[in-house]
Design a protein around this ligand. Sequence first.
Ligand SMILES: NC(=O)c1ccc[n+]([C@@H]2O[C@H](COP(=O)([O-])OP(=O)(O)OC[C@H]3O[C@@H](n4cnc5c(N)ncnc54)[C@H](OP(=O)(O)O)[C@@H]3O)[C@@H](O)[C@H]2O)c1
Length: 420
Amino acid sequence: MKNAIDWLQLLANNDPLFLTDKPVGLISVAGGSKVSRRSTPWSSQCGRYGGLALPLVAPISHARRAFDHDGRLREPELQRQLGAVAQAVAAAAERLRDLELFPNRAWLGSLGCECMRGPRMGYTSPVASKEARVRITVVGRGNVEGALARLWERAGHTVTALGRDGGDASDADTVLVAVPSDAIANALNKVRGLNGKVAIDATNPFAGRNENYESLAHEVKAVVGGAVAKAFNLQHSALYDRIDEEPVRASNLFAAEDGARRMAEHLSRDAGFDPIFVGGLEHARALEDAVGLFGAIRRAGGGPHFHRFAKPGNFHSHDHRQGTPRAYWINTFRSVADPLKLAEYVKLAGPVMLRSGGRFLARGRPTRVYEAGVMERTVVIEFDSAEQAIAAYESPDYREALRALGAGAERDIRIIEAAS
Ligand SMILES: NC(=O)c1ccc[n+]([C@@H]2O[C@H](COP(=O)([O-])OP(=O)(O)OC[C@H]3O[C@@H](n4cnc5c(N)ncnc54)[C@H](OP(=O)(O)O)[C@@H]3O)[C@@H](O)[C@H]2O)c1
């Protein structure tokens, strides 16, 4: 265990970055007659090395009898227990990713405590957020699916990805098509339950197009039959994870039939974009052709970029046109008693802030503190107005996040208007 953690610490300063800033789940195995079954010595060792211990142990009393000649477990109960340990470790790593307590490279060592209590093997994985609103099936399991799924799941939606084997989309509220352009018909024909669904087509014609259709979106329409939108095709999937860093919202140009417009707008917003409607599906081809222009900007030195379209007076953000000062929600943590409660809170509160119009300007541990400053999590969220920030705090959804936090942290929240 110590070697593995040392290795991670070494890697944290490596260039190029590898596992830096990523939560890492580690399952340790110990053998011999002196190994304690109790979790306490394990967790204190783990804490000493800067790890966060889950007090779950799957004891194997006779290793020789437990495994067969091929190394497979004989006992189903033991298999279940080891499976539960693996799931708990993966779930905790997921929660830590949400926690974002690990700014820059100094993530390791920041959680030197055992924070999860419960009976042995009694830990259950976190349940899906109650915020879940849209069930999205993505056809394609590549870059676009991975990046959008992270953003949508963070906003409380559920995402199911289907690959080459196809699958069932009957439960989906909407279907996102994210496969190479020459695979659209093939991929969709393997999916059951698509008929009449609202579909969003994110494809670009890099692999050619079926000229029988006016656009790739029309090809999607021909198979799915429901209302279709063309959206996300001008976004760089590699930039999605950085969208929150921007002080203003990037635009997401989309074309849509009436029945798909609301869904495309809604999912654009929840992915962190400002949706810009360009008209009906007859404009889908123009969006597909625009990929040439956007590629030219990239090659000419603009690199992978966000773009923003706005009416005069709206370029910075929505608030300035009215002369209403922006407001800042400044949240400083004095202490964190239970990082997992905090993780649950972050998971619920983040989407509430985004839905309430908040933009995360900074979050994590401070670079440096002075005077009465405390080296604990600090969050700065910008709102279009103080009213908006107050409404976010007082919303029922945020109350639910506060309930999840309980006594897990002591904080000081201030909402302050921008200086004029
Ligand atoms: N990447 C971007 O930044 C970006 C941005 C905007 C739009 N787009 C467009 O979005 C689409 C997806 O892009 P991507 O970058 O996500 O591509 P990708 O990473 O190459 O992934 C494509 C996915 O489609 C699957 N696929 C290929 N043929 C299939 C078939 N016949 N049936 C079912 N699935 C099939 C692939 O399966 P396997 O994993 O089995 O190969 C893979 O999971 C493309 O049309 C692309 O032009 C991409």
